[in-house]
Design a protein. Structure first.
Length: 321
């Protein structure tokens, strides 16, 4: 029996997926395209192929392998020049907002020394499994898979690693089995240290989002972060101003404890898109501590995050990266 005759025995949907079919010494080797199939469908495809070809005259053994094109996966780094500006909260909410818009997005918590994403995405205490020497991300109830060093160590345990160890840990988190995830948001630690350098040199993000509060001191550090990405030839996709204005829940009076408009002015002066501002609101803090990102709901606090997510998606769609 010829190889063409063997292929003709297969049902049309399976035959359309045949990439290669070889017959030698009674052994058939078939390579099938399994793009778009989940593990169960892939197993069914392999079994049906093996059963059908195994019934052919002169065939003693059937070997089936499936291949699937790896999705194009882009990385967006979420950075800041200093800590305490709300970078992790922004990352979690952007991921949730993007997932609600139909994007296949995951989160890497690269803040090795102060991981926050397990709390923010409400999967604290869960542990990732490993398949073929790669970690499998932990699912969240918001449709966003996430990996964090916080999933690998005991809660509250201090991490005392030198730079190279932190860099290797970052590599394991990013090189994990992310499946069909198309966009990874990487919550970077503050500053411009070893983890950031590893990110730039090894993983080449499609772009970066910089987070700052409006005050001058935070903006000085945010500028350093922008310069780091620019030197590494990573485009800065935009700047976000967090803690921008406080509305008193008792009297309704608005105030600006950290100043106002500084990040937007900085973006304008550096000709970088301004993606939006997030208010200083107790409701955001309370929801974040409870693992319920405001972007997951329909309330007004979540709309600010959703609007920034839409602008970020538009920047990526434009090919800014």
């Amino acid at each position: 029996m010829t190889e063409e005759e063997l292929k003709a025995r297969l049902p049309a949907p399976i035959a359309a997926r045949v990439q290669s079919l070889k017959l030698a010494g009674g052994r058939v080797t078939a390579i099938l395209d399994a793009a778009g199939l989940d593990p169960a469908a892939r197993e069914s495809l392999e079994g049906a192929t093996r059963d059908t070809l195994g019934q052919a005259e002169g065939v003693d053994e059937v070997r089936v392998a499936t291949i699937a094109s790896r999705p194009e996966r882009r990385i967006v780094a979420i950075g800041s020049g200093k800590g305490g500006v709300g970078k992790s909260t922004l990352t979690a909410n952007l991921a949730v907002a993007l997932a609600r818009e139909g994007h296949k997005v995951g989160v890497v918590d690269a803040d090795i020394y102060g991981p926050s994403q397990p709390r923010l995405l409400d999967n604290e205490g869960e542990r990732p499994v490993a398949e073929n020497d790669k970690l499998v991300p932990v699912e969240s109830r918001w449709g966003v898979p996430v990996l964090s060093i916080g999933h690998l160590v005991e809660p509250g345990r201090a991490i005392a690693w030198r730079g190279p160890m932190a860099g290797r840990a970052l590599g394991q988190l990013i090189d994990a089995n992310w499946g069909d995830t198309e966009l990874l948001l990487v919550d970077l630690p503050p500053g411009t240290g070893d983890v950031q350098i590893t990110m730039l040199q090894r993983f080449r993000p499609a772009g970066a989002v910089i987070v700052s509060t409006p005050q001058d001191l935070a903006l000085i550090d945010a500028t350093r972060a922008m310069q780091m990405f620019e030197v590494g030839q990573i485009p800065v996709l935009g700047l976000v101003e967090n803690m921008a204005g406080y509305l008193c829940p008792h009297c309704g009076e608005a105030s600006d404890p950290f100043g106002s408009g500084g990040a937007e002015a900085q973006a304008l002066s550096r000709e970088i898109p301004f993606l939006g501002r997030i208010p200083l609101a107790p409701a955001i803090r309370e929801a974040s501590d409870a693992g319920t990102p405001p972007a997951a709901g329909e309330g007004g606090q979540g709309e600010a995050f959703r609007e920034i997510a839409r602008r970020l998606a538009a920047r990526l769609e434009e090919g800014a990266a």
